[in-house]
Ligand binder design. Structure first.
Ligand code: GLU
Length: 325
């Protein structure tokens, strides 16, 4: 885990690529990290547009990472469809796309390091047992610590968890403002490797953000509560902490988050401008003075006019259009 772009091939199917080492250190580096569980919908487009504009407007680089660790949730063809849609929207990335399914060794090495430092333990509990035995926090059942002192006799290990101890993590979110979480109270010891052997998102995202040298994480506010877990892992692994900006979430007419599982309509890659303009407005950015002729024209104007400070904290704050799919 040695920093920007190390271990990654350069020269992907899209984008400029070819960053020189001297430009890497001071350059803003953003990323978009979709899970290929379905086509790109409006909510993911907002995250892509926000992270892209934020990185590119400051002359920075923008990477795409395919979060395809959980093959059981993957929709065949979705990863390629997402990449084609990004290109149609003018969201051209630098370097090669990083596929998490190729990164198992790096996650295993990070897990081993945490284990050697005494931060992990094997857990033999099933989800059902945890749901019955624990309190419920904002992110679901909080692990009651049953296996923290060792597996009960005769219990085979299922998952590997991180001891959070008395970690209390604060950070300044660039959009949502100051954040604070007492991890034991809010989430408890969390899973790093699942019972099915798949490394957890929380571990993978930290290892990959560091490996890729990401300096600015810009993503949907559904991940705001995950951020303290990620910062704790960065600290324990001795990795740099990027800045975080959590964008307002697009909600459907019933007020639910738009996500692939809610079967939100995919954005139309054949007619990208209307959705692009909606995503831009959703992020609190000004209307272009005249309607851009095409996607390239839009970005030419947009990158000169992006202002992170205008991004609203939530979708229905004045200044942001409430967008319905
Ligand atoms: N893969 C996650 C998602 O699609 C995003 C992870 C991240 O940006 O950290 O919701």
């Amino acid at each position: 885990m040695s920093g920007a772009f190390s271990g990654l091939r350069s020269g992907g199917r899209s984008g400029a690529g070819g960053l020189t080492p001297s430009r890497r250190s001071s350059r803003r580096l953003g990323r978009f990290a979709p899970s290929p569980t379905g086509p790109l919908h409006f909510g993911s487009l907002v995250a892509a547009v926000g992270s892209f504009a934020d990185a590119r407007a400051g002359g920075g680089a923008w990477l795409v990472r395919m979060e395809d660790l959980d093959r059981t949730r993957e929709l065949p063809g979705a990863a390629d469809a997402i990449l084609r849609t990004l290109e149609a929207f003018g969201l051209h990335w630098d370097g090669a796309v990083l596929y998490q399914r190729t990164r198992t060794d790096a996650y295993a090495a990070a897990l081993a390091r945490l284990g050697a430092l005494g931060f992990t333990y094997s857990c033999g509990c099933s989800r059902r047992e945890i749901a019955l035995g624990g309190r419920t926090g904002p992110e679901g059942p909080i692990y009651p610590g049953t296996c923290r002192g060792g597996l009960p006799p005769g219990r085979p290990p299922r998952s590997i968890r991180l001891r959070v101890g008395d970690a209390r993590i604060g950070f300044a979110d660039q959009v949502q403002g100051p954040q604070f979480q007492d991890l034991a109270a809010a989430v408890g010891d969390f899973v790093l490797r699942r019972a099915d052997g798949i490394h957890a998102y929380q571990l993978a995202v930290v290892v990959d953000d560091a490996e890729q040298g990401v300096t600015d994480v810009v993503r949907g506010a559904d991940l705001l509560l995950s951020t303290p877990r990620q910062i704790l892992l960065q600290r324990r692994l001795g990795l740099p902490q990027p800045t975080y900006a959590h964008l307002p979430l697009a909600v459907d007419a019933a007020g639910r988050k738009l996500s692939k599982s809610h079967a939100a309509l995919p954005v139309d890659a054949r007619d990208p401008l209307p959705a692009l303009l909606r995503a831009w407005r959703f992020l609190g950015q000004p209307k272009p003075p005249e309607r851009p002729g095409d996607v390239a024209g839009f970005w030419m104007w947009a990158l000169a006019n992006w202002n992170r400070a205008r991004v609203p904290t939530c979708a229905n704050r004045p200044g942001a259009d409430v967008i319905r799919p």
